[in-house]
Design a protein around this ligand. Structure first.
Ligand SMILES: NC(=O)c1ccc[n+]([C@@H]2O[C@H](COP(=O)([O-])OP(=O)(O)OC[C@H]3O[C@@H](n4cnc5c(N)ncnc54)[C@H](OP(=O)(O)O)[C@@H]3O)[C@@H](O)[C@H]2O)c1
Length: 257
C-alpha cells in the first residue's frame, strides 16, 4: 500500500495536512504522541473511505524514527509523501531555556526530522519517486531574540532541506521546505508566548497546507505560504543583519515588547 506519512498529525498544521490528503483519497500514516486525538482523527477520516493507520511515537526518542520506519515495513506500506510537521518552540532567552526543554526542542525539530528524512528518502530514491515536505519557519531565516533555539532548529531544517532538494532531484524525489509565519494553532500557547504580544495576523493552517502541496508539486525548494511571509522573508534581506534580527525578535512576540 502506498501512503502519506505525517508527523505532528494530532493537531494544528499536521492535522490540516491529514484532512487535505484524506480529501484527496491518500492512505495515511499519522504520527504523534497524543493517542486519543490520533485515534479520533483516524476514525473520522476512515469514514471518507481512506486507509488510516496510527503510529504513536514520542519523536524525542532517538529510536522513534526507526520505529516509524519499521512500522511502515511491518504494514507493507511504501511512503510516497513524508510530511515532517511535528515541532515545538519555547519562548525564552537561550540562556534561560530549561535544559530538558532544549533537548526536547532539538530532538524533535532537528534530529527526528533528519532521521525520518534519511530513512524515507532512501526508499523514495530507490523507487525513483516520492516527495518530502519539511515544515521550517520564517524564524529560520535569521536569529530571533527570545526564540533563539527554535529559530536555530528551523535554520537547520531549511539548510538540510535545500541540500536534499538538489541531491534527490536526480532520483525523482521532490523536496520542499515550507516557511510559515504566524499560523493559528495551539503552537504559541504551548511555547509560552504572551498572546498580547502578537502583532501580526494569524493565518489558518489550511493556508500552509495548500501552499505546501502546490510547492511540492512544482518542486519548489522553499515555500512561503502567505504574501506576508514572502514580504517578511525578503525585507529581511534589504536591511542590515542586526536590524533584521531585532525586527524578527520584535515581531515574534516571544519577549515582552
Ligand atoms: N503555528 C505557527 O505559527 C508556525 C509557524 C511556523 C512554523 N510552524 C511549524 O509548524 C509545525 C506544526 O506546528 P503547529 O502550529 O501545528 O503546532 P501544534 O498545533 O502545537 O502541533 C505540533 C505537533 O507536533 C507534535 N509533536 C510535538 N512534540 C512531539 C513529540 N515529542 N513527538 C511526536 N510529536 C510531537 C504534536 O503532537 P503530540 O503533542 O500529540 O505529540 C503536534 O501534533 C511545527 O514544526 C512548527 O515549528 C508553526
Amino acid at each position: 500500500m502506498r501512503a502519506t506519512l505525517i508527523t505532528g498529525a494530532s493537531m494544528g498544521i499536521g492535522e490540516a495536512f491529514a484532512r487535505e490528503f484524506a480529501r484527496r483519497g491518500n492512505s495515511l500514516v499519522l504520527v504523534a504522541r497524543s493517542g486519543e486525538r490520533l485515534a479520533a482523527l483516524a476514525e473520522e477520516l476512515r469514514s471518507r473511505k481512506v486507509e488510516v493507520l496510527v503510529c504513536r511515537q514520542d519523536l524525542c526518542r532517538p529510536d522513534a524514527p526507526g520505529r516509524v520506519h519499521d512500522f511502515c515495513l511491518a504494514h507493507s506500506i511504501s511512503v510516497d509523501i513524508l510530511v515532517n510537521c511535528a515541532g515545538l518552540s519555547h519562548a525564552s532567552d537561550f540562556s534561560a531555556i530549561p535544559p530538558e526543554k532544549a533537548e526536547e526542542l532539538m530532538s524533535v525539530n532537528m534530529l527526528a526530522l533528519a532521521r525520518l528524512s534519511r530513512l524515507f528518502a532512501a526508499d523514495m530514491a530507490a523507487d525513483k519517486k516520492g516527495g518530502i515536505i519539511n515544515i521550517a519557519s520564517i524564524t529560520g531565516l535569521q536569529g530571533v531574540p527570545g526564540l533563539g533555539l527554535y529559530a536555530a532548529t528551523k535554520a537547520f531544517v531549511l539548510s538540510l532541506t535545500e541540500s536534499m532538494h538538489e541531491e534527490l532531484k536526480e532520483h525523482g524525489v521532490k523536496v520542499s521546505a515550507v516557511c510559515p509565519g504566524f499560523i493559528d494553532t495551539g503552537f504559541f500557547q504551548a511555547a509560552g508566548h504572551e498572546r498580547t504580544n502578537e502583532i501580526l495576523p494569524l493565518s489558518p493552517p489550511e493556508v500552509v497546507v495548500r501552499a505546501a502541496l502546490k510547492g511540492l508539486m512544482k518542486n519548489r525548494m522553499r515555500v512561503y505560504p502567505t504574501m506576508l511571509d514572502t514580504i517578511l522573508a525578503f525585507s529581511g534581506r534589504l536591511v542590515p543583519r542586526d536590524t533584521a534580527v531585532r525586527l524578527a525578535g520584535f515581531l515574534s512576540g516571544a519577549r515582552a515588547n
